[in-house]
Write a new protein. Structure first.
Length: 359
């Protein structure tokens, strides 16, 4: 349904083409669209004297209104988390996406066309007839809006504003096409990591070994295991002057055997941290696995996501609680109080205060 410029400017009527497209499965599943920033789109359209353009007004009303109206409140957080991990609109540009039973194109090629103009991007993808009629009709309207932004008095008087709105239109159109094709072809964000994680679950020993070594490096500081003894879990570390720190030998991380014992195969692999009775089991979650792969690619440990940091901190806290109660593990361990040049060591079943030799 194409809105008429002479019709009464009703927001619901103008939003209708966008709502119909957003109700389709692929867009309802990954319902994240570009966000309006600054003063909003309506003010820009008035400045450009394009506040009568139906597609631009419809885009304004669609992005300004609540986009999760049809999604139950209990389901919205789950869909949000899934969109962050799987949205094809955010997939790797080098991934191939099927446009027909015999043809595939790279997402980078779609991005390149839509970065030039909405009409060029639509012309590139339309020949494959891989979009729904509703999506094609909406893209035609957005192409007209893109053309209007590229010419006329508004473009000459306010080139920066016109370019900003034009970029929003092209980003919206490109995201629509990416999501439509990617969902159908199962081309999603972090596809390579998902495949590798599935391989680990299925028993790929090499990938599991790499993940184990990276987790071990995260839990230890170089060749030692260091943890604060006077901090409750979840609290920030006290100043170094008032910190009690336990230092032990490096705590090893090993994969646990995946035993089923007649039960269905587990969807997670578990790791064992420590040794003997003090060992702790931690799950190799997808977030942890993705983080260790990104660390191998150059990500800084300070950029670890909060769930991963919480999992590592929990493991350290539990492991330290077991260590301080285990006579065997305390042999060779050191406790440092603040900035003093003395350390407390465990020798011959006694705690001994030893002067640290400066080097």
């Amino acid at each position: 349904m194409r809105a008429r410029p002479t019709a009464k400017p009703d927001s619901l009527r103008l939003r209708a083409p966008f709502l119909l497209v957003a109700a389709q499965y692929q867009h309802a599943l990954f319902g994240r669209w570009p966000r309006l920033t600054g003063r909003g789109l309506r003010a820009d359209l008035k400045e450009l004297k394009l506040d009568h353009q139906p597609a631009l007004l419809g885009l304004h009303h669609f992005l300004s209104a609540g986009r999760g109206i049809a999604v139950p409140a209990t389901l919205a957080p789950q869909l949000q988390g899934m969109a962050d991990a799987l949205d094809p609109a955010l997939a790797n540009p080098d991934d191939d996406v099927e446009v027909s039973s015999r043809s595939a194109v790279k997402l980078r090629d779609i991005d390149a066309r839509f970065s030039q103009s909405t009409r060029e991007g639509l012309g590139f993808i339309r020949k494959y007839r891989c979009l729904s009629p509703l999506e094609t009709d909406l893209l035609l309207q957005l192409a007209d809006a893109d053309d209007a932004l590229g010419e006329g008095e508004g473009r000459r008087r306010r080139p920066a504003t016109a370019a900003r709105v034009q970029m929003l239109v092209r980003e919206f159109a490109c995201r629509l096409v990416r999501r439509s094709l990617g969902t159908r072809s199962a081309v999603v964000r972090d596809a390579a990591t998902l495949h590798a994680f599935q391989a680990v679950i299925d028993g790929d020993e090499q990938l599991l070994h790499e993940a184990v070594k990276q987790v071990e490096a995260l839990l230890n500081e170089r060749d030692r295991f260091v943890v604060s003894l006077n901090t409750t879990f979840g609290e920030p570390l006290p100043p170094e002057r008032g910190r009690a720190t336990l230092t032990t030998d490096r705590q090893k991380v090993r994969p646990k055997e995946a035993t089923s014992n007649g039960r269905p195969k587990s969807s997670l692999r578990f790791l064992s941290v420590g040794q003997g009775g003090s060992s702790q089991s931690i799950p190799l979650t997808y977030e942890l696995f993705r983080s260790v792969r990104e660390l191998r690619s150059g990500m800084m440990p300070a950029s670890l996501p909060r769930p991963v940091v919480a999992l590592l901190d929990t493991t350290r806290a539990r492991l330290s609680g077991r260590i301080v109660r285990d006579e065997g593990l305390l042999d060779g361990a050191e406790i440092r109080i603040g900035l003093r040049n003395e350390v407390i060591v465990r020798e011959l079943k006694k705690f001994v205060l030893r002067q640290e030799v400066e080097t």
